[in-house]
Each structure stands twice: as structure tokens, then as C-alpha cells.
Design a protein. Structure first.
Lengths: 287, 296
């Protein structure tokens, strides 16, 4: 097939010909450019940190970046050592925190998802429960901590209790929203076929609301991971929060920064896992 | 001359007819806001009469199209026949029995396909079969599903999810789902409205082919004159809303099986087409003019 080039003005045409003569010029895409910017800014930050600490521009406590990097490598290259209750590898603390978060999150979700479905299905229940949700949602989970200690009389159960309470609200609200906003055409299909209420809930409403439910769970686990560190600082004993506080008492700033990076990476991983789950239940819909 | 008009309200109320589907004096009013709270806030609005006094008899195994200007309440009428919307007044009878709500005697093909995104093609159809016949053995359910997948030409796409299909293929699934419950009456609400012209023509031919195999009673809502002429035995033309009525019913005499290129050679084709164009143009113009007046 004959290909006729479009009419272009002289000037543009000449530059076009000049370019087309070359072998495909390499042009960085958005991703490559962003990566370069990220690496450059990281290098600048690390350099400023290193120099600032060495020249004593910050507080006396602040270690230089190189020293922190060595300490970080020390922590993550041997995460599972155990020299008594006050000297354990960071891996043990991480596992304890993860276990607490997952247990508390599961407990909270087991309450939030069914309750959210129930509330979402009934307008009356939705409106009746709204004052509770609106009142309790903005309360910092740590405010529940003394209540938990008083009621449960155990620091371990209190941590789980706080995480469970934390995990409830985003999941509950998102589940309720998803269930009460199912596309009415899906419901029309079920109705036109004469599907029972139970079958409609199980086969239509729950899968239709699944992206919202998982979005709620994703926010919940993110907040739970935020809160566990604070809760463990207060409750003590083991866990990443305890580790951070213990290292503060030792004035080991390098360890604290190492812990911050580990906490961040694990939080990122949890978020990505739920992002994957969200993709799995969405089937091409935008949640 | 096969074109004649009849006023819907001439049907006697108590007549016992042989019609499979009868609409008796159907009206649909969407109530306005007139509670004391609305009056206090000065947010009252008048009742909106969408449909008024629609009466229609459809004999078994005929293909009926309902055509009218946009916003005339065609879809509302179909939802009333489907049992998804209650009429404000009047009755819908199927084989002489008043219907209350939806039922598997009517299969609905939805305008926007309404496929469950989380189910595969086969699962979408099996959902319908299993809902209507919960006690049917699994093997037979699967046979039925496969039969209708083959009928609409989707063999090989059984395990795909709707988001992996084109619009035309999605509506084939919608059609297969409606047919798989073996309804007496098939209701189609502008089934090809969201498709491009080529796909639409292709699917219209498919509907014609399938209808030759399974002569069900069909009610098709459309705004395409060519589509109505290609597929229908009778064309119900509605007036503009509010208070839309049946203006005229046309009989389409073309022999079957029909072919897109052949029917335009039929002597009645031009006359029917001109008749419909004139009606739709007149009604649409009136709608536009009333909108312009309302916006001033």
C-alpha cells in the first residue's frame, strides 16, 4: 500500500527529516526520569546528612549516614539472635508485632465485615448505627489503651484489643458503603430471575461490594501497623515499638533509624499485599 | 395497505383475549414532592405522569418493537412488563393471569448488559439457570449453559470475564442469559444502544437468526427505525412524554427469514419507513420545542 506523508510546513519538515535520518534517539520516559530524580535526591540527602553530622550541625546525638548504614546492615544481616530479654534481634520484634497486628486485625475484621454488611443492607440499621460510628471513628486508638488495660488486665490482650478497635472503623464504613451502593442493575438481574434474598446477598451483593470491603481492609491494616508501634511503646515487653523505645533508652539513634526503615518497608509490603488482593476481586472495575 | 392505526384505549376492559401478554390501562406516575416538610422548604414539585392509559395485546410468538422519542417512558413500560416497576394503575396479564413482580416467564436483556463482572461468561449464564432451576442436576445445568453459549456464537469464550469481552460479545452473553431460562417472553431494552453501528447491524442479524430458531414472544425497545423494520412483526409507536400513549401500531408484512438487503426491496418498506420517520420527527421536534420553552 502506498503511503503518502502528510503535508507539513517546510521548516518542520526539514527538522523531521534531520531526525528521521538518525538511529532512533533515546529519550527517557517518565519512569526513568523519576528514577534518576529519586536517586539524585537520595544522594543529596545522604550527603547532607553525612556532612551535617560530621560537622556537628545537628544535635550531638545524630549519627552520620554511613554509621547508620553500617548499623542497619548489622541489624538486618543477623535478625534472629537472642541474648536475653533485653537483647534480641530485630527479626524477633518484627515477628511479634506482625503477629499482634494480624491477630488484632483479624479480630477487628471479623466484627467489621459482617456488621458492615448488615448495616449496609438495612437503611434503618445504617441510620441507627451512624451516631456510634461517627462518634467513635475519630477517637485515637491509643485512647482505648487504658480502658483495655483496666478491662483485660494483660498487656498482650490490650495490644490486640487496641489493634482490633483500630481495624474496625475503615473496614466497617467501606463495607457499609459498598453493600449499600451495589449497582442497581445487578440487583435487577437477580430480582428478574427471582433469586432469593440470601442468594442475592451471597452471589451478587458480596462480590459486588468486594472491592470496597478489601479497600477498607487495606486502610485498616495500614492504620493498625501505624498504631502497633505506639501501643507497644506504651505496653512494653516486645515488638517493634518496644524495640524503638528500648534503643532510645540506650541512646542508639542508629538502631532507631534502622527500625524506622524496617517498619516502613513492612508497612509497604502489607499495603502491596492488599493492593494485590484488591486487583484480584475487582475484575476490571475501578475500586 | 397494511398500515392502520388503533387507539389503545378502545380495548374493552373485561375482554377475554387470546393474547399471551396484555397490558390493561397501564399508567405510571412518579409522585412529586409535596409533603409538609417539602412545602415548608418550598421544594415542592408536581407529579410526573410518565405513561398514561397504555393498553396493548401481544399474541404468542410475535416480535413487537416499541419505538418512540427519547424520554417517552419506553424503558419504564418494559420494566413494568418485566415486573421490576409497579404500574401506578392498570394490569399486566400473561396468559390471562395478572403478574405481581418479576418472574422467570420473562427474560430481560438489559441496555447496559448488566453482567456480573466477577463471573465468567459461563458463570453468568449458569447463575440464571441455577436461580430458576435450583434442583436441576449440575451436568444438565452445564449442558443448558453450553447450548446457549453455542447459540449466541460465544463458544471458546466460556471462561472469560466480561471486562475481557467487547460490547457486542457482552450483549451476546446478556442475550444467552435471558434465553437460557427459557422464558415465554423476551424483553429487550435498547439492547444495541451502546454498540457501534457495525456491531449493532451484526447483532441485529444474529437476533433475526436466533429468532428464526426460537420463535419466542419478544418485546424490543428501540429508537432505530431500521432495527424495528428488520426484526418486528408489529411496531408500536409511542407519543412523546409526559403522559406518553400509544400513537399507532404498524404491521410489518415482510416475509421471513428476513435479510437486511432484501427487505428494503419490499413494496411496503418505504411507506412504513416514511410513516415512522414522520412520526418520530414530529414527536422529537415537539419535545425539543417544549424544552426550549421551558428553559427560557
Amino acid at each position: 500500500m502506498a503511503h503518502t506523508p502528510p503535508q507539513v510546513p517546510e521548516q518542520i519538515a526539514s527538522s523531521w527529516q534531520r531526525n528521521s535520518g538518525q538511529v532512533k534517539a533515546w529519550r527517557p520516559g517518565v519512569n526513568q526520569l523519576a528514577l534518576v530524580c529519586f536517586i539524585l535526591s537520595l544522594l543529596v540527602l545522604l550527603l547532607a546528612w553525612e556532612l551535617g553530622a560530621r560537622l556537628g550541625l545537628f544535635s550531638q546525638l545524630m549519627p552520620p549516614a554511613s554509621q547508620t548504614a553500617v548499623a542497619f546492615w548489622g541489624w538486618i544481616s543477623n535478625p534472629f539472635y537472642d541474648y536475653g530479654p533485653n537483647d534480641k534481634g530485630i527479626g524477633w520484634h518484627l515477628l511479634v508485632s506482625l503477629r499482634r497486628v494480624l491477630t488484632g486485625f483479624t479480630l477487628g475484621s471479623l466484627i467489621a465485615v459482617p456488621l458492615g454488611v448488615l448495616i449496609g443492607l438495612s437503611q434503618v440499621a445504617s441510620k441507627a448505627s451512624d451516631p456510634y460510628i461517627q462518634l467513635l471513628k475519630p477517637v485515637s486508638p491509643l485512647a482505648w489503651l487504658p480502658l483495655g488495660l483496666g478491662l483485660l488486665k494483660s498487656s498482650e490482650s490490650t495490644a490486640l484489643f487496641v489493634i482490633a478497635i483500630t481495624s474496625i472503623w475503615p473496614t466497617l464504613i467501606s463495607t457499609k458503603f459498598g453493600v449499600s451502593n451495589v449497582d442497581s442493575t445487578y440487583l435487577d438481574v437477580a430480582r428478574s430471575l427471582g433469586a432469593s434474598r440470601w442468594r442475592t446477598i451471597w452471589k451478587v451483593i458480596l462480590p459486588a461490594a468486594a472491592p470496597n470491603i478489601v479497600s477498607g481492609l487495606r486502610i485498616s491494616i495500614g492504620i493498625a501497623w501505624l498504631v502497633i508501634v505506639a501501643a507497644e511503646i506504651l505496653v512494653g515487653g516486645t515488638g517493634m515499638g518496644y524495640f524503638v523505645w528500648n534503643e532510645w533508652n540506650n541512646l542508639q539513634i542508629t538502631s532507631i533509624i534502622s527500625a524506622i526503615i524496617v517498619i516502613g518497608l513492612v508497612g509497604l509490603l502489607l499495603d502491596r499485599l492488599f493492593g494485590l488482593l484488591l486487583y484480584w476481586v475487582s475484575f476490571g472495575r475501578n475500586p | 395497505m397494511t398500515v392502520y392505526s388503533q387507539s389503545g384505549s378502545l380495548f374493552p376492559k373485561a375482554a377475554v383475549s387470546t393474547a399471551q401478554l396484555s397490558l390493561r390501562h397501564i399508567s405510571r406516575v412518579f409522585p412529586g414532592r409535596n409533603s409538609w416538610a417539602d412545602r415548608l422548604l418550598r421544594k415542592t414539585s408536581a407529579d410526573f405522569v410518565a405513561l398514561s392509559e397504555i393498553s396493548l395485546d401481544v399474541t404468542a410468538n410475535t416480535f413487537v418493537s416499541i419505538i418512540g422519542p427519547s424520554g417517552c417512558g419506553k424503558s419504564t413500560l418494559l420494566n413494568i412488563i418485566g415486573g421490576l416497576t409497579e404500574p401506578s394503575e392498570g394490569l399486566v396479564l400473561i396468559n390471562g393471569q395478572t403478574i405481581h413482580g418479576p418472574g422467570p416467564d420473562r427474560g430481560i436483556v438489559f441496555q447496559n448488559y448488566a453482567l456480573m463482572p466477577w463471573m465468567t461468561v459461563a458463570e453468568n449464564i449458569r447463575f440464571a439457570v441455577e436461580t430458576v432451576h435450583p434442583k436441576l442436576p449440575l451436568a444438565e445445568q452445564k449442558n443448558t449453559v453450553q447450548k446457549y453459549i453455542n447459540l449466541v456464537g460465544l463458544r471458546g469464550a466460556e471462561r472469560k470475564h466480561p471486562h475481557e469481552l467487547s460490547g457486542g460479545m457482552r450483549q451476546r452473553v446478556g442475550l444467552a442469559r435471558a434465553l437460557a431460562i427459557d422464558p415465554q417472553i423476551l424483553l429487550m431494552d435498547e439492547p444495541f444502544g451502546a454498540l457501534d453501528a457495525l456491531t449493532r447491524g451484526f447483532l441485529q442479524d444474529e437476533i433475526e437468526r436466533i429468532w428464526e430458531q426460537q420463535r419466542k414472544t419478544v418485546i424490543l425497545i428501540t429508537h432505530s427505525i431500521e432495527e424495528a423494520l428488520l426484526l418486528s412483526d408489529r411496531i408500536v409507536m409511542m407519543t412523546r412524554g409526559p403522559a406518553a400513549k400509544i400513537a399507532q401500531i404498524l404491521e410489518v408484512p415482510f416475509p421471513r427469514p428476513r435479510h437486511r438487503d432484501k427487505i428494503s426491496e419490499h413494496p411496503a418498506y418505504r411507506e412504513l419507513k416514511v410513516e415512522m420517520e414522520r412520526h418520530l420527527l414530529r414527536e422529537t421536534r415537539a419535545v425539543e420545542e417544549s424544552r426550549i420553552r421551558a428553559s427560557v
